[in-house]
Design a protein around this ligand. Structure first.
Ligand code: ZN
Ligand code: ZN
Length: 467
């Protein structure tokens, strides 16, 4: 038994001073201050001056993802340990069916990578790299038997993950029938490929051209098309991943105004970083910030619009799209050809802090901070109320957050398996102080007490966030 005393518990409905009693792996009770059990045969954690928040849920990570002839540099071991350090106690990673592979084989491969290696709990979405009769049937099996209730499709990456509109529609119809969520990488891949080829022919090889060949219009167009297709599939639940651009957000907002089951996430990189300042860094440096969708221009209103979307719930979730690659030997694969730079930024450790800075800056309320990083992702993807809330019966995944301390982000102090940081030098006016995963204190006093293998696979139910 552990009693967390004297803190301020934050949930999606606001902040209340309260004490939290943990028994075994679960929250047993939430008490008015001082009303819990008196001193006795249990451990007490003093949370005075701290926020007590549900362990964060990162609904979009790619540990060990094969991409462009290499692998994302965090394993499930190193990546979930870094997540724990940063206050994230559940990840939903993407198992991959590559084109031509059997869905269940892809899933088994991801279980093989994760099983016994995770420090915090984990679940899977399934990437469908090939929609056909067999994979459509597999969608039903995964929903009913495997606890996998969301499927990611790609309108980008022809020849790798790409689905055409007919395939997308068929998968959406299937999801409408079995209750699953369709997650969409919404960029017009065939059009992007034309722009990439033309840029390279003109000798435009620097990292910034990764962004310039993936213009906002091609994200907005694909987002709109996905929304229309989901409408044809009788309002199949649709979740746009890594939304980065104002005009894509407009499409989502318009659909939501109509009461549609259309949702979207953004990622910290789109809230803070830009095409010019990061992707356009001198020489090959910008490769650190090559990700898709790309960072957007600072001359647009993208960042302000995304923060606003978080406030209005047109953006419901902040995930990281954590897909780290080292600079040396990995990002460097694209020297002289930006199209060969592995796509991805590593942030799994920093999302709680980076979004808390939004609270400090007056852009988000405390309640909205917790909602976008923990409660809504749990609800969106069928983990609630086990995850994403501090309530009797929920897993004791709890973070004590210290608003009086500071975090400085950088490669010297982070725990991700990366030789650089996309956030080097960023200072946050707050700090993850203590982290508990299913009742076990895994981070406290600046030391790590967790263990590989503690994290368990979590079977998910259907979304309870639908309109
Ligand atoms: Zn994607
Ligand atoms: Zn991704």
């Amino acid at each position: 038994m552990i009693l967390i005393k004297g803190g301020t518990v934050i949930g999606p409905t606001g902040a209340i001073p309260a004490d939290v009693l943990v028994v075994g792996e679960q929250v047993s009770a939430v008490f008015a201050p001082g009303q819990g059990p008196a001193e006795g045969d249990f451990e007490t954690i003093d949370a005075t001056g701290k926020y007590v928040i549900p362990g964060a849920v990162d609904a979009h990570t790619h540990m060990e993802l094969p991409f462009g002839g290499t692998f994302a540099s965090d394993t499930f071991d190193t990546g979930t340990r870094a997540a724990a350090w940063g206050g994230t106690t559940t990840i939903i990673d993407f198992a991959v069916q590559r084109t031509g592979e059997v869905v269940q084989d892809g899933l088994a491969a991801w279980h093989g990578k994760a099983d016994g290696n995770c420090h915090v709990d984990y679940a899977f979405h399934m990437i469908l790299g090939g929609v056909d009769d067999e994979s459509l049937k597999a969608m039903d099996t995964l929903v009913t038997d495997e606890g996998i209730t969301s499927f990611k499709l790609f309108m980008a990456y022809p020849g790798v993950f790409y689905s055409d509109d007919g395939q997308i529609l068929r998968a959406m119809q299937k999801a409408r029938d079995n209750g699953a969520m369709i997650m969409m990488h919404a960029e017009n891949g065939p059009a992007i490929d034309v722009l990439v080829k033309q840029a390279l022919e003109r000798g435009e090889t620097d990292p910034i051209h990764h962004g310039l060949t993936r213009p906002e219009a091609l994200e907005a167009e694909a987002t709109s098309r996905a929304i229309w297709l989901a409408g044809v599939a009788a309002d199949c639940p649709l979740y746009i991943v890594h939304l980065s651009a104002s005009k894509a957000l407009e499409q989502v907002a318009a659909a939501r105004d109509l009461g549609r089951n259309v949702f979207a996430e953004t990622c910290p990189q789109y809230l803070y970083l830009t095409l010019e300042d990061q992707l356009g860094a001198p020489g090959f440096e910008g490769a650190k910030w090559v990700c898709s969708t790309p960072l957007r221009s600072k001359h647009g209103t993208h960042r302000a619009d995304l923060w606003q979307g978080l406030r209005t719930n047109d953006l419901s979730v902040v995930s990281t799209d954590h897909c780290p690659f080292c600079f040396k030997d990995q990002k460097e694969l694209g020297v002289g050809d930006f199209s060969k730079i592995p796509n991805g930024i590593g942030s799994v450790e920093h999302r709680v802090d980076l979004l808390y800075q939004g609270v400090v800056d007056g852009k988000l309320s405390l309640a909205r901070w917790v909602e976008t990083i923990a409660t809504t992702p749990a609800r969106m993807f069928g983990l609630y109320p086990r995850k994403g809330i501090i309530a009797p019966g929920s897993d004791a995944d709890i973070v004590l957050y210290d608003p009086a301390a500071r975090t400085r982000i950088g490669v010297e102090t982070h725990h991700m398996n990366m030789d650089h940081s996309a956030w080097e030098g960023y200072e946050i006016a707050g700090k993850v102080d203590t982290v508990m995963s299913r009742g076990r204190v895994i981070v406290s006093g600046g030391a790590y007490h967790g263990a590989k293998g503690h994290g368990q696979f979590v079977r998910r139910g259907l979304s309870d966030y639908l309109i």
